[in-house]
Write a protein that binds this ligand. Structure first.
Ligand code: IMO
Ligand code: MG
Length: 497
């Protein structure tokens, strides 16, 4: 009898162990992909995500806030999302805002309204992590006052992350997280009011109505409570049920708060590895890193941009009156594109390229600074972010170089710093200012590629350019954008999920 019992116990133990093993194995079947921008933002991350994330159950943000501007095209309509992940068109997908993000309830309300107006329902789909930090009213007030040197988007991003790090000042709590508000809205409201009153007093502001602002903030927070996700294992559980997760990076690698062009950066971590610390998921589910770049680069705000057409002159021109002096309307009224493109002055040629490429901020409408494709930067960022699949948008815009006085498509292949050639980007602003791009030219693209969808039909100049980029960066190219429409895209290799 004893023997039989012992045998049964042993069998039960074995079964339990097997079941455990099965669970553990199951938990690694889910795949999570991370998509990031490889330059200074605005590379068209959302349109690549739109192509690749269809099989994902969750689309998640892991960094940043309303400073991002991700444009999605529905028919002839355009929705610009700032905080809500770009998966709104996949009817059943979960839209997750992770702990690494900063959430502004006053701004997100407009996004939700815009989405609802387009007959898209996100009621049971949007989830906001308990641990995401709130952008409080005083953060945006302070950013408007102090963000000029960096040229911020005035969304209070830096001040929110800074209060997150500082936590408290004496007895006063500075940071509020989404879950803190949900746990005790009235107490949280008092904290937000104290913080705003302090900012008003310290900066001697006379035109801010603190009570009204905080009341509005409170009202919107109460509306958002329905999206609260208080389970720290929420994504982990979905992954264990083999649901795929797609992380959508905001801002980009060069704007990373530590490794970007400091201090001219945003305030969050933007690298691929940050997806897991800011996305409430363990990294054992990681599958692929997808990197997105733009064929003619752009940058908004101040800071180093070695390959910029017109250098410091362009930077100052784009920054004039906080970026408001030379918006699209002004440039259209003042320049003939064909003439200005032919100019031997690279600053003027840059204006022409901006006009043709429609390079004006999605959030702020500021003119974006324009520069040639920097392959040194691209290689460095592909390597440091372990990019498995490289996508380059606006490839069609390279055709515009054919209408300029340049001998071919310009590409940066090294830097010259203080008389020496280097194969990496200088790590600080002063060196970046002194660095000169070493340029190579590849043959012009002379035919219209915007209607091509089959990679086999691409002209030889384009294939040559693609091979050159792949060889230089060591990353395989998977796709190119050839126009603003959703279908103006050529998949060069099959995306492997
Ligand atoms: P997406 O996700 C481009 C820039 C700002 C400024 C600097 C700091 O659309 O690519 P912040 O408001 O973050 O404190 O501003 O960072 N910046 C972006 N530039 N695209 C973005 O996001 C950006 N988010 C912030 O212009 O120079
Ligand atoms: Mg943007």
């Amino acid at each position: 009898m004893k023997k039989i019992n012992e045998n049964k116990e042993q069998k039960d133990k074995q079964n339990k162990q097997e079941k455990n093993n099965q669970n553990i194995n199951n938990s690694t079947k889910a795949k999570s992909n991370v998509l990031i921008g490889l330059q200074y933002g605005d590379e068209g991350k959302a349109r690549v995500l739109d192509k690749l994330a269809k099989q994902s159950h969750v689309i998640a943000r892991f960094n940043g806030g309303a400073n991002a501007g991700h444009s999605l095209h529905v028919g002839d309509k355009k929705i610009v999302l700032h905080q809500i992940p770009s998966g709104i068109f996949y009817p059943n997908s979960i839209l997750y805002i992770g702990c690494g993000c900063v959430v502004n309830p006053l701004k997100i309300k407009h996004e939700i309204k815009d989405i609802n107006n387009n007959d898209i329902c996100i009621k049971n789909r949007l989830k906001i992590s308990s641990k995401a930090t709130l952008v409080q009213p005083h953060h945006t007030v302070l950013d408007s006052l102090h963000g000029k040197t960096i040229g911020t988007t005035k969304n209070g991003i830096g001040h929110a992350y800074s209060d997150q790090a500082i936590r408290s000042k004496g007895n006063q709590l500075k940071n509020l997280r989404f879950g803190d508000y949900c746990a005790d809205p009235n107490k949280a409201k008092e904290i937000a009011l104290t913080n705003l009153n302090e900012a008003i007093a310290e900066n001697k502001l006379t035109d801010v109505n603190a009570k009204e602002m905080v009341e509005e903030f409170h009202k919107e927070m109460l509306n958002l409570i329905q999206y609260h996700c208080n389970d720290p294992l929420y994504l982990e559980k979905l992954a264990e049920q083999n649901k795929n997760i797609f992380f959508e990076g905001a801002q980009s690698v060069m704007l990373d708060v530590i490794t970007g062009t400091v201090p001219f950066v945003t305030s969050s971590r933007t690298l691929s590895a940050a997806a897991y610390t800011g996305g409430d998921l363990s990294m054992r589910h990681h599958n692929k890193t997808i990197g997105v770049a733009k064929a003619i680069m752009s940058r908004v705000g101040n800071g180093p941009f070695v390959s910029e057409f017109g250098g410091e002159r362009s930077e100052a021109y784009c920054a004039k009156d906080g970026g408001n002096a030379h918006k699209s309307k002004f440039e259209k009224a003042n320049h003939n594109v064909d003439n200005i493109l032919k100019s031997k002055d690279q600053f003027e040629m840059g204006i022409g390229l901006r006009m043709l490429g429609g390079e004006y901020g999605a959030t702020t409408k500021r003119p974006r600074r324009i520069g040639m494709l920097d392959l040194v930067m691209l290689r460095q960022n592909c390597k440091l972010n372990s990019v498995d699949e490289l996508y380059i948008n606006k490839f069609d815009c390279l055709e515009h170089f054919n209408k300029t006085s340049l001998p071919g498509i310009p590409l940066v292949v090294a830097y010259e710093l203080d008389g020496k050639e280097i194969d990496f980007m200088p790590a600080n602003v002063e060196e970046s200012k002194r660095a000169k791009p070493v340029i190579t030219h590849l043959p012009h693209i002379t035919t219209d590629i915007s209607q091509i969808r089959d990679p086999k039909k691409l002209p030889k100049e384009v294939n040559k350019l693609i091979s050159f980029i792949e060889e230089f960066t060591g990353s395989k190219m998977y796709g190119i954008g050839v126009g603003p429409e959703r279908d103006q895209f050529i998949q060069l290799r099959e995306h492997e999920n």
